[in-house]
Design a protein around this ligand. Structure first.
Ligand SMILES: *Cc1c(COP(=O)(O)O)cnc(C)c1O
Length: 227
């Protein structure tokens, strides 16, 4: 089933990119494996999937250690608690949820002993929701400039978790705002190449607006039930 689901996701990407005349290879798939087992993840790997996203640090570290597979790329996409920063820097290749100078400084410090810089996406709170993490577009440039100066972090782009209740049209408008901010950032920093936007439920609007990475959980692994 997981294999088929991944095939379906690639088909949806193909159709969405055709609609806006984008090259389908510009959109990568992050398989969001939170709450799912390593058996599920192995099925996805067998279907050719190699980027995985985890939200909960201990759960993620366990899976990374258990699978112990250097050809996989692990993205941390959950909220970064300060007492877990060391684990994010030690085990993950990317952190998509950086939302403050303090968080960036701590990740940089913890990454010093590793060979490769940690890839960073700045999380944007695009609907300015009080319950959601992330910086506003106004705060973005200051944080981006700070991160670009840190030697053990590599600024790769932006991530957002937009509210899903919007209509397709509203969604598209909001996602286009993200895309504009992403392009502005690309004009300043040559390392910026990733706009992480879109989930199982809104990937079409995200791709049409310019997403380069969709984060797909339930449409690959099945529903998670209550979280
Ligand atoms: C869970 C999660 C996803 C995946 O959502 P689905 O609706 O299952 O595709 C994507 N991004 C983040 C940040 C998540 O926490």
């Amino acid at each position: 089933m997981i294999k088929n689901n991944i095939k379906n996701i690639r088909q949806r990407i193909l159709l969405a990119t055709e609609r806006c005349q984008r090259d389908p290879t510009e959109v990568s798939v992050l398989a969001v494996s939170k709450t799912k087992t390593t058996t599920d993840i192995k099925q996805a790997i067998a279907a050719g999937q190699d980027f995985f996203g985890e939200n909960y640090i201990q759960e993620g570290v366990k899976k990374i250690q258990f699978l112990d597979n250097p050809s996989l790329t692990w993205h941390f996409i959950g909220s970064v608690q300060s007492n877990k920063i060391r684990l994010v820097a030690k085990y993950f290749d990317w952190c998509q949820s950086v939302n403050s100078v303090n968080c960036a400084n701590r990740l940089n410090y913890q990454r010093i002993s590793f060979q490769k810089p940690l890839n960073i996406l700045i999380q944007i709170n695009i609907n300015n929701e009080p319950t959601k993490s992330g910086v506003s577009l106004k705060e973005l440039l200051v944080l981006a400039e700070h991160i670009s100066q840190l030697p053990y972090l590599k600024l790769r782009g932006l991530m957002a978790i937009p509210a899903l209740k919007e209509t397709y049209c509203r969604q598209l408008k909001i996602y286009q705002k993200m895309s504009e901010a992403f392009q502005e950032l690309q004009n300043v920093y040559t390392s910026v190449d990733t706009l992480s936007l879109g989930t199982s439920h809104d990937m079409e609007a995200a791709i049409i607006a310019g997403s380069t990475m969709v984060r797909i959980g339930s449409a690959i692994f099945g529903s998670r039930g209550q979280e």
